[in-house]
Design a protein around this ligand. Sequence first.
Ligand code: FAD
Length: 425
Amino acid sequence: MDCDILVIGAGVLGLSSAYHMKRRDPSKKILVIDKFSGPGQGNSAKSEGGFRNVFTSETNYLLADTSIDAYKEMEEQGHDIKLQFIGYLWLFSQGQHEAIKPAVDAIVKRGGSVTVLSLDELKESVPCLVTGFGGDEEAELMGLEDVAVGVFGEKCGSLDADALTRAYEAEFLRLGGEVMYNTEAKRLLLKPEEELGIPGEPFVWQNTRIVGAETSKGSINAAKTVIACGVWAASLMDPVGLDSFMRPKKRQLFAFKDAKLGPLFKVKGLNEEGSIPLTILPKAKILFRSELSEGSIWLGCADDLGRRFELEEDPQAEEDYYTNNVYHVLVKYFPCFEDVRPMNMWAGQYAINSLDETPVVYEAHGMYYIGAASGSGIMKADALGRIIDALVAGEEEAELQGGRRFRVANLGVRYRHVEHERFVI
Ligand SMILES: Cc1cc2nc3c(=O)[nH]c(=O)nc-3n(C[C@H](O)[C@H](O)[C@H](O)COP(=O)(O)OP(=O)(O)OC[C@H]3O[C@@H](n4cnc5c(N)ncnc54)[C@H](O)[C@@H]3O)c2cc1C
C-alpha cells in the first residue's frame, strides 16, 4: 500500500496532525494507523481532560491558549466535546505565593485572565475548604501548610478528551482521510533514496530515508512518515537510532460519586456551574475537578519521585495509592472526602520530556515526530497538529488558531527555544 503521508498513532496528536495536514491539501493521500481498535485508546481517552492557558512560558501559553480557542470553535461547529470553563484554582501557602507571585504578575501583565483570591475570598467561595491547621499534629507531621491565597485561572477547565479525539477523526474522515485500526507498525522502513537492488542495502554511503512502516497488515510505503505514538514512540524510533526525547510514567485517576461531596458542587462566584474548579492542593501535587456530566469528582496526583519510568502496556490504578497515601492529605484540606471511596479508577501514562516538560516536534530523514507532550497533550493538541503540518509542508512558521504565528523550530531539537515553566503540575 502506498500513501503520501503515513501517520502512526490515532491518539489526539496523530488525529489533529492528520486533520491539519489533510486540510492543507485534501488531494494528499493520508493514512492513519493504530494498533488499537479505535481512536484515542492509547492515553488520550484516559486523560483527565483538563485545559488551562495559565502558563509562565510563552510557548506553553501560545500552544494552549490557541488550542482552547480552536476547541471553542469545534463546539460551535457541532462537536460535543463538553467544554466546561470551570476554571483552575491553585491553593498556595504564604511561602509558595511569595515564590510564584512574580510569575503570576507576568501572566496578568500579558493579559491572562487570572485572579488572586485572598484568604477571605477563598473562604467565601469554597466554604468546604479547610485553610488552617493550628494544633493539628497529623497535619504538622505531613508538613501541611495553611492556605493563604488562591490563584484562579478563568480560561481553564475540562473537556471530554475521548470526544475531542473522535472530533478530529471525524473531520479528517470528512475531508477524505483514511484510518486503519488493529494495525500495528512493527518497524520503520529504511530505504536508500536511489535503490540499486543489491543485497544488504542500505549501505552507509547511501542517502537513506524512512519510507513508511512494516505493519501487522503488510508494508505501507509513504513519502513522509509521522510518528505520533505517544509513550510507545521509542519502540519504533530506538531501533533506527532516532530519539523520542520522552520516557513513560504511570499516572492514575480516581473517580468519586457520593452525597458527602455535595459541597463541591455548591461553590460560589468562581464559575457559572457553581462547581469546584480544577483545584490543585498546596501539597503533593494532588488535583481534582468536577465532572459535571456525571456529577462526580475526578482526582489525580502527579507523583514524580519514587514512581519509575517504565512502558506499561496496560497500567492499572492502585487503590492503595489513594487510600494509604493521597487520601490523608486530601481529607485535611477537604474533609468532605472523609471515608469516601473511589467508585472507579484507571491509569494511563505520561510521555515525559523531563528536560523542559514541553512537547517535541522534529524531522529527521523523512520521519516527522510529534510527542513528549508531558501531560498536556490534550490542551495543546490543536496547536501541535498545526505545527507538525507546517513542518511537513516545509514551512518555518505555523499559523495557529486565530492567526497567531509560531516558529516551528522552537519545538525542534537543534534550534529549540522554549522558556522555563513555573506552573508545572
Ligand atoms: C491519567 C492521565 C491524565 C491526563 N490528564 C491530562 C489533562 O488533564 N490535560 C492534558 O492536556 N493532558 C492530560 N494527559 C496527557 C494526555 O492524555 C496526553 O498528552 C495525550 O493523550 C497524548 O496524545 P498522543 O496522541 O501523543 O498519545 P496516545 O493517545 O497514547 O496515542 C498514541 C497512539 O499510538 C498508537 N501506537 C503506538 N505504537 C503504535 C504502533 N507501533 N503501531 C500502531 N499504533 C501505535 C497507540 O495505540 C495510541 O493510540 C493525561 C494523561 C494521563 C495518562
